[in-house]
Design a protein around this ligand. Structure first.
Ligand code: URA
Length: 271
């Protein structure tokens, strides 16, 4: 085990990705392949990763309508009210929401966490048990991995990224969200995105990706393409909880984050 892996194990951090550009500023020669050490429990694997400064690639922009085809009048009025809210009103509306049955079983609503003027936004599926108890997204093991992934990009939830979920309340027993729950909750997320206006949205996992993009395409096919949500570029990657179980897809997730960084940097250059 190398020194970095030992160090991380002592810290109790299961995995850390550090782009060479950030970790070894003194290295002058750019290589085509990035090697990161991924240490989880007893397993240590060397994963080949693409260099963060990969040459620009052409990206297909897919525009998908976030608007449902049919909505009744009450739902339209509720959507319009939410679409006009500032952060204080939005926070209060989420905290008091009883639009679906999830309000009966929740401990806390989970609005989101981070910089409300961040250029990066991450969107997960729904709070789990720990998130429901603490009122903050991604606070369990998957959250630790997510924080490490963000750290590799120079991002941190308390500094320069905003993290939210499609659903603001926990589905009991962590079951999959119901379409009706998503329909009631989506206006909150849409308003959050409109208030933050991030340069890039990274969507975590199949469920969040398919909900946000109104798609039934499998996640493997949604990855690698830059989608759009209300004019904001969206990059899809695997859910960190899935990555904890599937080490081999960490390299793919790293590719996705590199694509997101490319999209972010390009948006910055055009601004
Ligand atoms: N999984 C999610 O998608 N979101 C959370 O906040 C926690 C786990």
């Amino acid at each position: 085990m190398n020194r970095r892996a030992q160090f991380l194990e002592v810290l109790g951090i299961p995995a850390e990705w550090v782009p060479r550009r950030l970790a070894e500023a003194s290295v002058e020669v750019e290589t085509k392949v990035e090697v990161a050490t991924v240490a989880v429990a007893e397993v240590e694997v060397e994963v080949a990763m693409p260099a963060p400064a990969a040459p620009p690639r052409s990206v297909v922009i897919e525009a998908l309508s976030p608007q449902p085809a049919v909505q009744d009048e009450a739902a339209l009025a509720r959507d319009a009210a939410i679409a006009a809210m500032d952060w204080a009103a939005l926070e209060a509306a989420v905290a008091q929401c009883t639009a679906c049955g999830l309000s009966d079983s929740r401990t806390n609503t989970v609005l989101g966490v981070g910089d409300r003027r961040a250029e990066w936004m991450l969107v997960g599926e729904a709070p789990g048990e720990n998130e429901d108890l603490q009122g903050e997204p991604f606070v369990g093991q998957a959250g630790k991995l997510l924080d490490n992934m963000l750290g590799a990009l120079g991002l941190a939830r308390d500094r320069n990224v905003f993290i939210a979920n499609v659903l603001k309340c926990r589905p009991p027993g962590n079951r999959n969200p119901e379409p009706e729950e998503v329909a009631h909750c989506e206006p909150f997320l849409r308003r959050q995105i409109a208030l933050i206006r991030p340069k890039v949205i990274v969507v975590l996992g199949r469920f969040a990706a398919q909900s946000l993009l109104r798609s039934t395409t499998p996640i493997g096919k949604l990855r690698g393409t830059v989608h759009q949500y209300e004019g904001i570029p969206v990059v899809v990657t695997y859910h960190p909880a899935y990555l904890l179980r599937t080490l081999t897809d960490k390299a793919r997730a790293w590719e996705d984050l590199c694509l997101a960084r490319e999209v972010h940097d390009r948006a910055g250059a055009e601004a």
